[in-house]
Design a protein around this ligand. Structure first.
Ligand SMILES: Cc1cc2nc3c(=O)[nH]c(=O)nc-3n(C[C@H](O)[C@H](O)[C@H](O)COP(=O)(O)OP(=O)(O)OC[C@H]3O[C@@H](n4cnc5c(N)ncnc54)[C@H](O)[C@@H]3O)c2cc1C
Length: 371
């Protein structure tokens, strides 16, 4: 046994690194064990949206959580940039969901209204904007003829996901945390008053263990009675060459990065653990984008990639403590960028106190127990 820790994180991707940072900031001795470069790593492939509008449709608990995370984001970003000197390119000026044709716009308006109504205590943060207003908001964009309007979410924003991941990991180390790469956890053994963890031929002990290993989590969860029926969902996206700034707001499926490249996406495909990119997805995404902004036909696509989302059966996050092995926790979600501020803040606090507050009850993985 090497030495003792208060908490060991299994996984230091978008979720694990944020939680680790939050715990280290609270003065805990934290070790984060991250897996191999060949692991599925959603953190390295995502779209970078910090998104609220429509999140948790039919699931007000998740809606509330997304609102909370967005509210925490500005201060969280400031503090992280301050600590790490990494510019995150975070912006929260609002975000758009474009609609083609009146019928789509009507359906979107109804859906947004239902979504707002399910959480009456929340001030209304979305509105429908017509084409004329869109043109005034985005004067450098010539929209295709089918674009009739969009829903606009005031709380939406975006960030550079790669810089965010780097900053979370560096911030964690700067707070005194220990980070090991190439150290996949192979065993979690409950002991009296703690856990023994095996990773890359080493053994470590800690009072608590947090499983945040993305798609690697089910194997680890099973060791401490935290079984989660997780599935991969493939997302593909396209990236263009750098263009002069012309998109002042991110949209679901279209955003311009601080460097000028335009990200286009993202597919949602149920293809198991298949990481291939496909020409059919590229064709679908480009034709939708050209319907939106025809002038993008002149831009060169320079990259296409795919990655797997960490998807729970209902699409909502999982935050739970093992009933059989108190001190063992699991944290999973498919919006790890959006929720990073929550993971480093209130969730880290709750884990530190070993008490997930009642407002997180909904997120327990027992909701998937069919027995
Ligand atoms: C195409 C795409 C677009 C997306 N766009 C967005 C977006 O716009 N906004 C948003 O909020 N979210 C987005 N996401 C989701 C976001 O990327 C994920 O929610 C987030 O990365 C999940 O974080 P995680 O830490 O659970 O998993 P990951 O980031 O995948 O990290 C898991 C880590 O665990 C490690 N690991 C695995 N097994 C073990 C083990 N046994 N021991 C130790 N470590 C292990 C891995 O090496 C890895 O580093 C997108 C995802 C995809 C695929």
């Amino acid at each position: 046994v090497n030495r003792d820790y208060d908490v060991i994180l299994c996984g230091a991707g978008m979720v694990g690194a944020a939680i680790a940072l939050g715990l280290a900031r609270r003065g805990r001795r934290v070790l984060a064990l991250d897996g191999d470069d060949t692991d599925y790593r959603a953190a390295k492939a995502n779209f970078g949206l910090v998104w609220v509008q429509g999140k948790g449709y039919g699931k007000p608990d998740y809606q509330r959580l997304s609102h909370q995370a967005a509210t925490l984001w500005p201060a969280f970003a400031d503090e992280l940039e301050d600590k790490t000197k990494i510019e995150l390119n975070y912006e929260q000026r609002g975000g758009l969901h474009f609609c083609f044709g009146e019928k789509q716009l009507e359906e979107r308006a109804l859906r947004m209204q239902q979504w707002q109504t399910q959480l009456p205590e929340q001030t209304v943060s979305t509105e429908i904007v017509d084409r004329g207003r869109l043109e005034r908001m985005m004067p450098k964009v010539q929209f295709g003829p089918d674009v009739v309007g969009a829903s606009f979410g005031q709380r939406d924003g975006h960030v550079s996901p790669l810089k965010l991941l780097t900053a979370l990991q560096r911030g964690f180390v700067a707070e005194g945390g220990e980070l090991r790469h190439g150290a996949p956890v192979s065993e979690i053994r409950p002991l009296a008053g703690g856990f023994e963890i095996r990773a890359a031929e080493q053994t470590y002990r800690a009072a608590k263990v947090v499983i945040a290993a993305g798609l690697g989590s089910p194997a680890l969860g099973a060791m401490v009675h935290l079984d989660v029926p997780l599935r991969p969902q493939r997302g593909q996206l396209l990236v263009t060459e750098r263009l002069a700034p012309f998109l002042p707001f991110p949209a679901s499926g279209l955003r311009q990065t601080a460097e000028g490249t335009v990200m286009i996406g993202v597919t949602q495909e149920e293809v198991g653990y298949d990481l291939r990119t496909t020409t059919s997805a590229a064709a679908r995404m480009s034709s939708k984008t050209l319907r939106l902004v025809p002038a993008l036909a002149n831009a060169r696509w320079v990259r296409q990639w795919s990655c797997l989302r960490t998807m729970t059966p209902d699409g909502c996050p999982v935050y739970a403590q093992s009933h059989e092995h108190p001190g063992a926790f699991i944290a999973l979600c498919h919006s790890g960028v959006t929720l990073a501020s929550f993971h480093a803040g209130p969730l880290a606090l709750a884990l530190d106190e070993s008490l997930l507050p009642p407002e997180l009850n909904f997120f327990h993985q027992r909701r998937f127990d069919v027995s």
